[in-house]
Design a protein around this ligand. Sequence first.
Ligand code: 4NP
Length: 162
Amino acid sequence: MTDAVTRVLFVCLGNICRSPTADAVLRLWVQERGLAGHIRVDSCGTAGWHVGKPPDPRSVAAARERGYDLSPLRARQLCWEDYFDFDYMLAMDESNLEILRREAPLDYAGHIGLLLDFAPQAPEREVPDPYYGDGGGFVRVLELVEAANEGLLAEIGRRERS
Ligand code: 4NP
């Protein structure tokens, strides 16, 4: 790998369920795989309803079961500077992708797309919002996020080597 730093931002609606989960999973893997100097990770929401709040306790509990710690994270809202600070801006679903694209500077040179584009083997194209569901959705979020983050790390590795 080169000395370049790749910066990844996960984006959902509230920044208390899906994007903090993706954030904590990739953050841990980056540390465990000795990539901390190469990849930076953050997350945000397109809505501001939960700004400053910790992740949803159901997301925290589901992630803890699989060894991920969401507890230090706090919700924040997407801002203009994010387009200058991140190379990958990855939305959990089409509606948040549309907002990301609509707000982007015309000359944004990074990658804006769906997180699950990095998990082509998954049947879903969007990470389903678990917030109003019966609780089972939180485990599915983790499965999808793990699959996509593996694909994302492989892609970043390939790009760094090219
Ligand atoms: P997230 O889930 O976008 O994955 O954080 C949601 C969190 C909160 C709400 C909706 C979705 N809400 O309506 O407050």
